[in-house]
Design a protein around this ligand. Structure first.
Ligand SMILES: Nc1nc2c(ncn2[C@@H]2O[C@H](COP(=O)(O)OP(=O)(O)OP(=O)(O)O)[C@@H](O)[C@H]2O)c(=O)[nH]1
Ligand SMILES: [Mg+2]
Length: 183
């Protein structure tokens, strides 16, 4: 008989955020579809629903779920949380720090998902990616990272939830690799 206790649980990693935040691009960097020679992000299609794949992360086979961020999909996930938010080990939340108009919506979306993940995957590690931190963009001008953190930090601190965060950009691929424990 197989001893279930010794069986390693597969890791499940989810990457979530508003539409156009750059989630699929980030995964394409990690899987080598976009590399250092690519000097400009390719044009991409919005992800429809959840795109599931298996990728080698942290030297382990990892189930990666890329949650398309368009509104109809966002509503689907939060209406049927049991289908989406169980057994998560890593919860990456991507914020487009150049997207002023979606910032408040992104805060609200994060809070909703955070509560569901707390309920269905209480052990999940939370990692924020402040993405599109491009070399030629001045993040202090609008300070969307600061504004986002200001609005979510209280929720996290009240419950004493640890989290980590990284600034990432497609224009410096190692920022993305570092955030996923590669090299
Ligand atoms: N300036 C800049 N653009 C980026 C960066 N990363 C991705 N993009 C662009 O952002 C757009 C959206 O990228 P996607 O990866 O498709 O976004 P997504 O979060 O997967 O979107 P949905 O699938 O709709 O949820 C594309 O045009 C990318 O080329 C970045 O670091 N900087
Ligand atoms: Mg996508």
């Amino acid at each position: 008989m197989i001893n279930k206790e010794n069986e390693e649980q597969p890791i499940k990693l989810v990457i979530i955020g508003m539409e156009n935040a750059g989630k699929t691009t980030i995964l394409d960097v990690l899987t080598g579809k976009i590399n250092q020679e690519t000097n400009k992000p390719p044009s991409m299609n919005p992800t429809k629903g959840v795109d599931r794949s298996v990728v080698l992360f942290f030297e382990k086979e990892t189930k990666v779920w890329d949650f398309g961020g368009q509104e109809s999909f966002r509503n689907e996930y939060t209406s049927n949380p049991k289908k989406y938010f169980y057994s998560i080990s890593f919860f990456y939340y991507v914020v487009d720090i150049q997207d002023y108009y979606r910032l408040i919506q992104s805060v609200m979306y994060f809070k909703g998902i955070f509560n569901l993940i707390r309920k269905y995957s209480p052990e999940a590690k939370i990692i924020f990616l402040f993405h599109k931190m491009d070399p030629d963009y001045d993040p202090d001008e609008r300070n969307l990272k600061g504004k986002f953190l200001e609005k979510v930090e209280l929720d996290l601190k009240l419950e004493n939830i640890p989290y980590t965060m990284y600034d990432t950009t497609i224009f410096d691929i190692k920022t993305i690799k570092t955030a996923f424990g590669q090299e």
